[in-house]
Design a binder for this molecule. Structure first.
Ligand SMILES: [Zn+2]
Ligand SMILES: [Zn+2]
Length: 334
């Protein structure tokens, strides 16, 4: 294992453990330093024990680099590999084993921390056949949302990567913002070119229930929208779910064949169980998505799988258990 690969894997494991603290930041920084350095210099410094003289390399990252170069086990990494595994129930494992892809994730093009290629290679490594790249849309300026022009550049990059990664498929997509009146921040001309469109509310989450219901139903009814992302917008322990009439929203999801996302982010786990049960009763489709912003977060799907199993989501209604052709036929048709 090269030092860069070892550091990448450390960051991956810390990400999947949702560690956003000082330790993760320090390893991300060390990874940047190691990447920027000629491999020879890294090896010479490891031998001379001068790695920590480099700005950004501390004792822990220096040890990882030294052990990686020595060719044996990287102790800290081995410990992380074991203790950051995602917990999955036997029932949840049935769902996870059925998943062929992930339909919601971000790259460095918006507010993610990894390149498209790194996300795709990780998706391959965890057994996926396809993924949908859904960076943010322009309204989310804090997340460097993609203008039409940048989106077109991204599509060209994705086409090149697809040639290299075949038979794995990166499907094109976006996480489009549901504006206050229920319209979206990209028009039909843009959205209709993409394979999969996730639409989510990111602003004015506290509006009245009636207005929020109208806003969401309008978005769900848009023929270009395939998936309703993290429907309540809750952040567990930090932000209450927004209020809307779930009967209208889920009836609309079923009627217009817009899937309800089961968002796997540990701080979201959205929708909450009672709403998830309602969506099942309305006959909705579902997507169990990581909403990953880093490679390690692609491993969060077990969290949604456990919940899906708990409330009895019909497995054949989960879009990302379908082969890619079936998924694409569904998203173009509805
Ligand atoms: Zn979102
Ligand atoms: Zn997202």
């Amino acid at each position: 294992m090269t030092p860069v690969a070892a550091l990448e894997r450390v960051v991956h494991c810390l990400d999947r453990a949702h560690d956003t603290g000082f330790k993760t930041k320090a390893f991300v920084r060390a990874l940047e330093v190691a990447r920027a350095l000629p491999p020879d210099e890294l090896a010479e410094r490891a031998k001379a024990d001068t790695l920590t003289e480099l700005d950004g390399i501390g004792d822990s990252s220096a040890t990882v680099i030294q052990q990686a170069l020595a060719g044996g086990e990287v102790a800290y990494l081995a410990e992380l590999e074991a203790k950051t595994q995602l917990p999955i129930t036997p029932e949840g494992a049935v769902y996870r084993n059925a998943l062929l892809g992930d339909l919601h994730m971000h790259s460095r093009w918006s507010d993610g921390g990894a390149t498209i290629e790194a996300m795709a290679r990780t998706a391959v490594a965890i057994g996926h056949q396809y993924m949908v790249l859904t960076d943010h849309s322009p309204r989310l300026t804090v997340a460097h949302g993609l203008s039409e022009e940048r989106l077109h550049q991204q599509l060209a990059d994705v086409a090149t990567l697809n040639e290299q990664l075949a038979p794995f498929r990166i499907l094109t997509g976006i996480e489009v913002d549901i504006l206050e009146d229920g319209t979206l921040d990209h028009g039909d001309a843009v959205l209709s070119q993409l394979d999969v469109v996730v639409a989510s509310v990111h602003s004015k989450l506290r509006m009245g229930s009636k207005e929020m219901t109208e806003r969401m139903v309008r978005a769900v009814a848009n023929p270009n929208v395939d998936i309703l992302g993290h429907c309540t917008g809750r952040m567990i322990g930090k932000r209450d779910p927004s209020t809307f009439d779930p009967d209208y929203v889920f009836a609309a999801c079923a009627q217009f064949r817009t899937a309800v996302e089961i968002n796997c982010r540990p701080e979201r786990l959205d929708p909450p169980r009672p709403l998830l049960k309602m969506a099942i009763d309305y006959g909705c489709y579902f997507a169990i998505d990581s909403d990953a912003h880093a490679t390690g977060q692609l491993e969060w799907q077990p969290l949604g799988c456990n919940r899906a199993a708990e409330v009895g989501v019909p497995l054949d209604k989960v879009l990302n258990t379908w082969p890619v052709e079936q998924l694409l036929a569904w998203t173009t048709q509805t």
